[in-house]
Design a protein. Structure first.
Length: 292
């Protein structure tokens, strides 16, 4: 099944809802970064949230960044998404290993105590930056708290990644349900009642639920109306030219030192781990251009 996000409204526009299946996207990230199971789960949850939140943005050029900075051994998570739900990201330490907690991968332990930052670049002078503490470091609860405290939007966020025995991704996905300011008490209590029965996103996905079926289960009886579906994927727009700008930014003195050493250098893109090779000749050209 291809990865995609479903966008919907319910209760006559009193709430908006999003659900996604992201197995291929998360598996792609796992392969790129060779992440351990707990790192795959942490990154996968954040990528899924990033893809959904990216799809909430209005303009083609809007960009969203999620930064999780905790004191845990994963050493932080960074995810960037555009409004077309193309998403990329990485963790500080992709090899982190922790014993399971209550039979599950210990994402909270890997992330640790810290902050969640949401940066929205909507082409204005300054990007919007919202920051909250991590309440559980399990990511879904942290985003629920972020939406309520930073954006004043009561929300319910569910995210999940389930691994196979061989450490590949078995299923991944999530949902975000948000109440509009004019939602009635009745709608709110009905939604709360529904969400009580939700054990986990991975339960739905492992039973083969599609994003549509997931929303049907969560808010079906509240006049669910699917508005559209959009594909989502792990996608990095890096290139040798773009990475070259990063090389140029280290300064002429350092580039000259590399040239003097007479060795080729390899530079990796943080987001997708693709390696780019620059020969001494390349470095000389970068130096020439930066002098201009």
């Amino acid at each position: 099944m291809e990865d995609y996000i479903v966008r919907a409204t319910a209760a006559g526009g009193q709430m908006r809802a999003f659900a996604a299946t992201t197995k291929n996207l998360v598996e792609s990230a796992r392969v790129h970064h060779n992440t351990s199971p707990v790192a795959t789960a942490a990154l996968g949850r954040t990528l899924t949230a990033g893809a959904i939140m990216g799809s909430m943005m209005k303009n083609d050029t809007d960009m969203l960044t999620l930064q999780i900075r905790g004191d845990g051994p994963i050493e932080g998570i960074t995810v960037t998404a555009d409004s077309h739900a193309n998403v990329k990201g990485y963790v500080g330490n992709s090899d982190v290993m922790l014993p399971p907690k209550n039979g599950k991968l210990d994402v909270g332990g890997a992330v640790g105590i810290g902050l969640l930052q949401v940066i929205k670049d909507m082409g204005l002078k300054e990007p919007y930056v919202g920051q909250t503490i991590l309440v559980s470091s399990e990511i879904a609860e942290d985003l629920t708290y972020y939406f309520a405290s930073s954006e004043q939007v009561p929300s319910s966020v569910g995210l999940g990644v389930l691994m196979n025995k061989d450490n590949t991704v078995r299923c991944a996905g999530g949902f975000i349900i948000q109440l509009m300011p004019f939602a009635t008490e009745e709608t709110i209590s009905q939604l709360e009642e529904n969400l009580k029965d939700v054990t986990s996103v991975t339960d739905f996905l492992d039973k083969g639920y599609t994003p549509e079926q997931m929303l049907e289960k969560l808010i079906g009886h509240l006049d669910l109306e699917i508005t559209d579906t959009i594909p989502t994927q792990f996608y990095c727009n890096c290139s040798k030219e773009r990475v070259e700008q990063a090389v140029a930014s280290i300064g002429k003195k350092d580039i000259q030192e590399m040239i003097d050493e007479g060795k080729d250098i390899e530079v990796k893109c943080h987001f997708c781990n693709t390696a780019y090779n620059y020969t001494v000749e390349d470095l000389k050209n970068i130096l020439k251009r930066s002098k201009k």
